[in-house]
Write a protein that binds this ligand. Structure first.
Ligand SMILES: O=P(O)(O)OC[C@H]1O[C@H](OP(=O)(O)OP(=O)(O)O)[C@H](O)[C@@H]1O
Ligand SMILES: Nc1ncnc2[nH]cnc12
Length: 225
C-alpha cells in the first residue's frame, strides 16, 4: 500500500480480505467433535477478527523509509474493542493449546506489555517481561537480535521463570521474527518450556514464523502489506 508519509490508512488484509468465516475456524474442531459452545466461540472469534482488522491503521515510511508501519494502538482506544481483543486472544489460546494452559505469559517490550498482563490474568498465569537492554536491575540474561527496522538487545531477569514452567510468548506483531526468536532463546536459557507464541498480527510476507523453530504459533490477524 502506498500512502503519503504520516498519513494513516485503514489496514487492508490479504488472507483476511476474506475475513475468516465460522466455517474456516470450525474446520479444525470438526474432527475433535465440536460442541455447540465451541461453535459459538468460533463465530464470536470470527466476528471479532473483522472488527479488530478494521481498527488497525498503517503509516508508510515510519520509522524509516520503506517500512509500512502497522499501528495497533487504536485497538486500545475504544474499551469495547480492547475488551473484544482480550476475549479473542483468550479464546485463541484456549482453542490452540487445548488443555495445555501456560504457567507464564512472557510479553515483549513494549507493545507486548499492552495486553500481556491482562491476558495472563485471564489465563490465571504469571506475567514476566522481556525488556530492552539496561532497563531491569539484577542479573539478567541477554540476547542480541535483528528486527524489520534495526538491531537491539533483549533481557530477562534470572529466576523470572522457574525451570520446567510452560511459557507462552506474546507480542503485538511478528514481522521478521527476530524479536520473538530472541525472546524464545532467553526463555529456554532460563529453563522454561516454550509451548507457543501468540501475536495479534502477522506480516506474512516477511516469513517471521520460519525463525521460530517450529514452536506452535498463533496469530489473530494477518496482512501481506
Ligand atoms: O518481527 P520483528 O521484525 O522482530 O519485529 C517485531 C517487533 O518490532 C516491534 O517492536 P519494536 O522493537 O519496534 O519496539 P516497541 O514495541 O518498543 O515499539 C514489535 O512490537 C515487535 O516487538
Ligand atoms: N511494519 C511494522 N509495523 C509495526 N510494527 C513493526 N515491528 C516490526 N515491523 C513492524
Amino acid at each position: 500500500m502506498s500512502a503519503p508519509a504520516d498519513s494513516a490508512q485503514p489496514l487492508a488484509s490479504t488472507s483476511n480480505d476474506q475475513a475468516p468465516t465460522s466455517a474456516d475456524i470450525t474446520t479444525n474442531n470438526a474432527s475433535r467433535g465440536q460442541s455447540a459452545s465451541a461453535s459459538a466461540s468460533a463465530s464470536e472469534l470470527a466476528r471479532t477478527k473483522i472488527t479488530l482488522q478494521g481498527a488497525l491503521k498503517s503509516f508508510q515510511d515510519f520509522p524509516i523509509p520503506g517500512i509500512n508501519f502497522i499501528d495497533i494502538l487504536p485497538l486500545f482506544q475504544d474499551p469495547a474493542i480492547h475488551n473484544a481483543l482480550l476475549r479473542a486472544l483468550e479464546l485463541q489460546v484456549l482453542e490452540f493449546v487445548g488443555g495445555l494452559k501456560p504457567d507464564v505469559v512472557v510479553g515483549l517490550d513494549a507493545r507486548g506489555f499492552l495486553f500481556g498482563p491482562s491476558l495472563a490474568l485471564k489465563l490465571d498465569a504469571s506475567f514476566v517481561p522481556v525488556r530492552k537492554k539496561g532497563k531491569m536491575p539484577g542479573p539478567c540474561v541477554t540476547a542480541a537480535y535483528e528486527k524489520e527496522y534495526g538491531t537491539d538487545f533483549f533481557q530477562m531477569q534470572e529466576g523470572a521463570i522457574k525451570p520446567g514452567q510452560k511459557v507462552l510468548v506474546v507480542d503485538d506483531i511478528i514481522a521478521t521474527g527476530g524479536s520473538a526468536a530472541a525472546a524464545g532463546t532467553l526463555v529456554k536459557q532460563l529453563g522454561g518450556e516454550l509451548v507457543g507464541y501468540l501475536f495479534i498480527l502477522e506480516i506474512a510476507f516477511l516469513k517471521g514464523r520460519e525463525k521460530l523453530g517450529g514452536v506452535p504459533t498463533i496469530t489473530l490477524l494477518e496482512t501481506d502489506e
